[in-house]
Design a protein around this ligand. Structure first.
Ligand SMILES: Nc1nc2c(c(=O)[nH]1)N[C@H]1C(S)=C(S)[C@@H](COP(=O)(O)OP(=O)(O)OC[C@H]3O[C@@H](n4cnc5c(N)ncnc54)[C@H](O)[C@@H]3O)O[C@H]1N2
Ligand code: MOO
Length: 413
């Protein structure tokens, strides 16, 4: 069993979980319209070129560009018009030097044409001949066959989350159904003898359950399928039974409360009893969120999140969210950078401790064209501070604080 409160870094925590993880989301074939926000289960390869033919991007005249070289207002290049290409129809007759075809925006180019002259840059002479008043370069005002997608190329790679533009791209490539990962099922359990459901009036010493709802919301935002299992008594046997049931029916279990060192804190012992490898760490060098339990049981992650509502949300953002969104933790500098993407100037001094990463709730405002982060002060038990905040600012592990005017990196929410 992991040593109690021998705190490790976030990076080490991620590494330990990642190494033991075996998330296996179910896979389902869906239509394009059902795929929004889902992750692609395997590489999707284009079976045809898009567009399937060379097309004009302007209303005008299909030409061999070289026939227009040197053309100008005072000395147009004269071309005979062989006819008109209609929208959605094949252009089968090849273009002949010195001649042209009228073509609409999106129309097919005749074989041999390598550019289109916009109608504005031509003058009609006798209905059969035009004068080109500006030259075009090869490739101008056209898109080539396969320029959007070429046959055999990977349209979307495995693991990619489908966005609206991806849906259009799939349609263009003729991929009308695809295999996607089903949302991961996350069971959320709250512990604590003092915690009551929101519909109950708390008695003396009692508080309403906050964490089940913040965690439910955060999991939903990640595209997961959260289930609230309710409030379970701080009792070994009762909690063990609830956790076993949760593990059987889901891909991940989040338990909040009971992660600290109180005599009644049974979470760690219960998680350890569920299976192998069990508890990997108990304590991370962050504030808030230090008393976090990280475990993996038969490939499924199990987190014991701190009871304080802000702490639970911060730990979710750092350890749970990447797994629900991508099935893994950020691997390269770009992915890590995108977790806290927004630079902002902090507007007051904040102390931290070297060897500990701090996460500040901040409000964001623009002052003289600069993004400014104003810390929202308050203990990590106060959910209202999170409601006022618009982001989390990070003070890196090696720093002993930040001074007013320094830049911090923020994750807006
Ligand atoms: N002697 C020490 N005491 C504490 C330490 C410590 O290092 N030494 N760490 C503190 C920190 S930091 C945190 S965070 C909390 C973590 O506590 P637990 O995870 O053990 O959670 P509980 O003791 O059950 O509850 C803490 C706090 O949160 C409230 N809570 C719990 N669940 C919910 C819920 N679902 N909704 C709303 N509020 C909840 C609970 O009532 C307590 O107020 O420990 C510190 N103590
Ligand atoms: O996780 Mo505890 O809140 O550091 O407040």
């Amino acid at each position: 069993m992991a040593e109690l409160f021998k705190a490790i870094t976030v990076a080490q925590a991620r590494e330990m979980i990642g190494r033991n993880l075996n998330l296996q989301p179910p896979v389902k074939r869906v239509s394009i319209t059902e795929a929004l926000g889902k992750r692609v289960a395997g590489d999707i390869t284009a079976e045809e070129d898009v567009p399937g033919f060379d097309r004009s991007t302007m209303d005008g005249f299909a030409v061999m560009a070289r026939d227009t070289f040197g053309a100008m207002e005072s000395l147009p290049a004269y071309l005979d018009v062989d006819g008109e290409i209609f929208m959605g129809k094949e252009a089968s007759l090849a273009i002949v030097g010195g001649r042209t075809w009228r073509v609409p925006t999106g129309g097919m180019l005749p074989p041999g044409a390598d550019a289109v002259v916009m109608v504005e840059h031509t003058e009609e002479l006798d209905g059969r001949t035009i004068g080109v008043t500006r030259p075009v370069a090869p490739g101008e005002n056209i898109v080539r066959r396969g320029e959007d997608v070429s046959t055999g190329s990977v349209v979307l790679a495995r693991g990619h989350s489908i966005r609206p533009q991806d849906m259009g791209f799939l349609a263009a490539a003729g991929v009308h159904s695809l295999e996607v990962e089903e949302p991961l099922r996350v069971t959320i359990i709250s512990t604590g003898d003092e915690v009551v459901p929101p519909e109950r009036s708390p008695g003396p010493g009692q508080v309403r359950d906050v964490n089940s709802y913040t965690l439910y919301g955060m999991a939903g935002q990640c595209g997961a399928y959260p289930v609230i299992a309710g409030i379970i008594k701080d009792d070994f046997q009762t909690l063990k039974e609830a956790m076993e049931k949760a593990l059987t029916g889901s891909d991940m279990v989040l338990l909040s409360g009971g992660s600290s060192v109180g005599t009644r804190d049974v979470s760690s012992r219960v998680i350890e009893s569920l299976g192998r490898p069990g508890v990997l760490f108990h304590g991370i060098s962050i504030k808030p969120g230090k008393p976090t339990i990280g475990a993996v049981v038969d490939g499924k992650p199990v987190f014991g999140l701190p009871g304080h509502p802000v702490s639970a949300m911060v730990v979710f953002a750092l350890l749970v969210e990447p797994l629900l969104k991508t099935g893994r933790y950020p691997q390269n500098e770009r992915e890590k950078r995108l977790e806290f993407p927004l630079p902002a100037k902090i507007n007051r001094n904040v102390r931290s401790a070297a060897g500990r990463e701090d996460f500040l709730r901040v409000e964001l405002k623009m002052e003289q064209g600069v993004m400014v982060a104003e810390p929202v002060l308050g203990k990590s038990g106060l959910i209202g501070t999170m409601v006022r905040a618009e982001g989390l600012a990070r003070i890196p592990i090696e720093k002993e604080g930040v001074e007013a005017g320094e830049y911090v990196l923020v994750r807006p929410f």
